[in-house]
Design a protein around this ligand. Structure first.
Ligand SMILES: [Mg+2]
Length: 228
């Protein structure tokens, strides 16, 4: 039985390189290729692959969002994320979606092949650099949790750990959820309205949404904010 793979990356040349490496293995078969998150969902529905290799940075629906939707619809699908980012916030965000692997594009062919084998068998595989940064982040979070307990400030911890948002952005997001205007947020946090606007635009960008209402909906859905 071959491991059936769907390959998603918006760079055709990179995709072809990966396909060539994988097809060279007797027990692998790349059954379909796509170039954005929407195609990923359609291809998985059509081909029911064992493993999906998913680029993070893609137009339209990005790899993290596609993985989230994909695993929600097909919980047995094993996703390996492909990324150029090794910092822990990206990795944790990606793993939160249910992805079983995280590879850096600087990997060599052997790492790719090993990752597919391990993940296909139900394990998980992280690029060594990623593992190192995750361990560091884990230590930081444990230390922070200790401090957080002292401060009795759990609200911020709900928002931050698995997300790309900074603490300040989480505070702004909570105030948005409370229905506050820019002026109201500025007053509550003792910052200028211009700074609030900057925070809001960063939040929208990071959450990949168009307006503050959508941002609040996403935050409530994921339990990042407290609904009062
Ligand atoms: Mg890309």
């Amino acid at each position: 039985m071959k491991t059936r793979i769907v390959l998603i990356d918006d760079h055709k040349l990179f995709r072809e390189g990966i396909k060539r490496i994988l097809d060279f293995e007797q027990d692998f078969e790349v059954v379909a290729e796509g170039s954005d998150g929407n195609e990923a969902l359609a291809l998985v529905e059509q081909y029911k692959p064992d493993v999906v290799i998913m680029d993070i940075n893609m137009p339209h629906v990005n790899g993290v969002e596609a993985t989230r939707q994909l695993i929600e619809a097909y919980p047995d699908t094993k996703v390996i994320i492909l990324s150029i980012h090794d910092d822990e916030s990206y990795v944790m965000h990606a793993l939160q979606t249910g992805a079983m692997g995280y590879l850096l594009k600087e990997m060599d062919a052997d790492a790719l092949i090993e990752a597919v084998r391990v993940v296909a068998e139900g394990g998980s595989y992280l690029h060594p650099k990623v593992t190192h940064n995750l361990v560091k982040e884990y230590r930081r979070l444990v230390a922070e949790e200790g401090l957080g307990k002292e401060k009795q400030n759990q609200n911020q911890d709900v928002c931050r750990p698995y997300h790309l948002l900074t603490r300040r952005e989480c505070e702004v997001l909570q105030l948005l959820a409370d229905g506050k205007s820019n002026k109201g947020i500025a007053d509550a946090l003792y910052i200028s309205e211009k700074t609030v606007k900057n925070h809001v635009s960063n939040i929208l960008q990071k959450l990949n949404v168009n307006d503050r209402t959508q941002a609040v909906v996403v935050a409530i859905k994921n339990g990042w904010v407290e609904v009062k």
